[in-house]
Design a protein around this ligand. Structure first.
Ligand code: WTA
Length: 635
């Protein structure tokens, strides 16, 4: 038996027990046997959650791209590393072999160096799902620059905030992107963002849609001619195990996004290990994760995890609806996909359409189906299992977070028996626990509580860029000596976990985490708005949708509510992006507040859920009368 590759339930329990009893030996053996090091570690783990400080494989040196690319060249040089499927099905797919990937990453890395980018510098990547995205990520890692990928659906304001927060000196973008039948003017968004980013010296522009764009002399450079002239080999930089590999922003409960910092060695070991086990990847398999590399799922399970295992990983540029609702299944048939990993929101949207879109295609290559990003409801789980997996492909409901770097709770397919909506059991090395409201660990089963992790794992984020105090306060202060996930969870009689959702001010809409504060800030910028509060309410496809309660400064007879709603959503689109638009906007004379002035979101949530029979005690409110008024006009 190999502890790197778990094949049945008995092996899982055996490996799990060892990983908890002797975590350092467990991870050390895996690191030793399956990766290439320039220098070995002095110490496997040191940690102190009170500071918090965590370091894995201290003293080791490595380059993650050597592990993801170079070491495969002898045996897998001609194997497809990245399989690019374009937006337009008529455009041919591109197979990039490990050898070609090596050359393209090296050339890109040399371009970065010539532009003055070096170890530790931050590079913002704002690209659509084209090969240059994965290649630029790896090129940064090759030379030790820290990449900060910003999802190309974010607005200019959101992009600028992220560029400035970590002082990026370079931005990598494209002239534009294809999205189904539409094109998006990415370069225009970058130009707008850069009017408020003084630190950016150079912008590299990939050509994708061949649109007319403006190029700023001295700052903007077309990428291709630079790549063509670049040398095709680049010695990988020796990185310390704990050197930052990347920053990735996630929403929080205050306005400012949190730049989660992931480091090199532990992240590599953990994402590779979990990729192998959660997807049971075999040498000739073709693996497809439909996420965007702008999110953590794409970082860990399109780029690093698969490539570290020498896998063939698909990158899809388009959307599930173009040219029609059969696009995903057409791709599964075309590339004989073996592992398919997507989000519950996509499954729900696809399940609403006619089954003929599925039945047209041969899906018999599928062996494992995955979901991630939000709780999957039972109906969607069964639809996925029956119609896509034909009851033959286990579903792995994988629970994890941007902060955790890799999958923490998930079935191992063909080993762990699955139950719909349960993420089931922790991965080796992961020690979850449930805490009650008084901060005590609940040991019995079944139970429900706040989900925490009580022991470090290799791929956990090490800090928030520039704000270690916020890192501590957000994740390590709610429960002493534990990492608090922000999620609530149930645990059944057998110890299976079922994640029930966020217990903080983050709302997951179509799999995207949205903090309420930045949206409220955007709304409050509208000159007619005095105050606002956002809550989530259940939505058939998106999982949750946003409900905004808005107080206007002046209540006049002549006000045009529909137009105001449009303007508010326009502002949100400009400040954050279209994903944060509100489905419902209710204008209200006031918001329920406690005597200390805090908005009682619990009440607003109940009203949005149309669950007003049991509002709880409202008598302690500063303004109980307002509740009645809000209920009367609820949407
Ligand atoms: C939620 C995505 C239920 C959860 C990798 C978490 C899930 C947040 C699941 C992190 C799942 C993720 N079941 N809920 N399988 N996976 N979540 O940072 O609330 O974009 O805290 O990372 O998504 O979202 P993030």
């Amino acid at each position: 038996m190999s502890q790197y590759h778990i094949k049945n339930l008995e092996e899982y329990f055996q490996v799990y027990r060892k990983s908890v009893a002797q975590p350092e030996i467990f991870w050390e053996e895996i690191a030793e046997e399956h990766f290439q090091w320039k220098r070995k570690w002095d110490k496997v783990l040191s940690w102190d959650f009170s500071k918090p400080e965590v370091s894995w494989f201290q003293g080791a040196q490595l380059n993650i791209t050597e592990n993801c690319i170079d070491r495969h060249l002898t045996h897998r040089g001609d194997k497809t590393a990245i399989l690019f499927e374009p937006n337009d099905p008529k455009e041919p797919a591109e197979h990039i072999t490990y050898r070609q990937l090596h050359k393209r990453v090296c050339q890109f890395a040399n371009v970065l160096k010539e532009m003055g980018v070096g170890k530790g510098d931050r590079v913002c990547i704002y690209l659509p799902m084209i090969p240059e995205l994965a290649i630029s990520v790896l090129a940064c890692a090759r030379i030790g620059a820290i990449h900060s990928v910003v999802f190309a659906g974010f607005s200019a304001t959101a992009l600028a905030t992220r560029i400035n927060d970590c002082d990026c000196k370079m931005v990598i973008t494209a002239d534009g992107s294809f999205r189904g039948p539409k094109t998006i003017d990415l370069k225009g968004i970058v130009d707008e963002a850069l009017t408020s980013c003084e630190g950016v010296e150079n912008v590299l522009v990939a050509q994708r849609i061949h649109s007319k764009i403006s190029m700023k002399e001295g700052r903007d450079h077309w990428l291709q001619p630079l790549l063509d002239n670049a040398y095709k080999d680049c010695v990988p930089e020796a990185m310390d195990a704990e050197d930052p590999l990347f920053i990735l922003y996630t929403s929080g409960s205050t306005g400012k996004p949190k730049g989660m910092v992931h480091t090199t060695a532990g992240y590599m070991v953990y994402t590779a290990f979990t990729f192998k086990n959660v997807f049971q990847y075999q040498e000739d398999d073709v693996y497809w994760c439909t996420a965007d590399i702008g999110w953590i799922t794409g970082h860990s399970y399109i780029v690093y995890g698969p490539l570290a295992n020498g896998a063939t990983t698909v990158m899809f540029e388009g959307v599930p609806t173009y040219p029609d609702w059969g696009r995903f299944w057409e791709i599964v048939q075309k590339h004989k996909i073996n592992q398919f990993y997507t989000a519950p929101t996509a499954i729900r949207a696809l399940a609403k359409e006619n089954l003929s879109y599925v039945e047209k295609y041969d899906l018999s290559s599928l062996k494992v189906l995955g979901t991630v990003g939000e709780p999957i409801n039972e109906e969607a789980w069964h639809w996925y299992n029956d119609n896509i997996g034909k009851k033959n492909s286990p579903i792995v409901d994988t629970w994890w977070q941007t902060e955790t770097g890799g999958i923490l709770i998930s079935p191992i397919p063909y080993a762990t028996p699955t139950i719909p909506t349960f993420a089931t059991l922790p991965m080796p090395g992961i020690q979850p626990c449930l805490m009650d409201e008084n901060g005590k660990e609940i040991s019995q089963n079944p139970a429900s509580g706040r989900l925490c992790i009580k022991f470090p794992w290799p791929s956990m984020a090490r800090t928030i860029w520039g704000d270690h105090g916020r890192y501590r306060d957000t994740y390590f202060s709610a429960f002493k000596n534990k990492y608090f996930t922000g999620d609530g969870s149930l645990r059944d009689q057998t110890g299976y976990y079922r994640i029930t959702g966020r217990v903080d001010d983050v709302i997951i809409v179509s799999g995207h985490n949205l903090g309420t504060a930045p949206i409220e800030d955007a709304i409050n910028e509208h000159p007619a708005v005095a105050e606002s509060a956002i809550v989530g309410f259940p939505h058939d496809i998106k999982g949750n949708a946003l409900y905004g309660y808005v107080i206007l400064k002046e209540v006049g007879e002549t006000r045009d509510n529909d137009n105001l709603r449009k303007e508010i959503n326009q502002l949100i689109t400009e400040r954050i992006g279209p994903i944060a638009k509100l489905d419902k906007i209710q204008f209200t004379p006031g918001l329920p507040k406690t005597r200390s002035g805090k908005i009682m979101r619990r009440i607003l949530r109940k009203i949005a859920h149309q669950d007003t029979d049991n509002l709880g005690d409202t008598s302690t409110l500063l303004n109980p009368e307002v509740v009645e008024a809000i209920m009367k006009e609820a949407l």
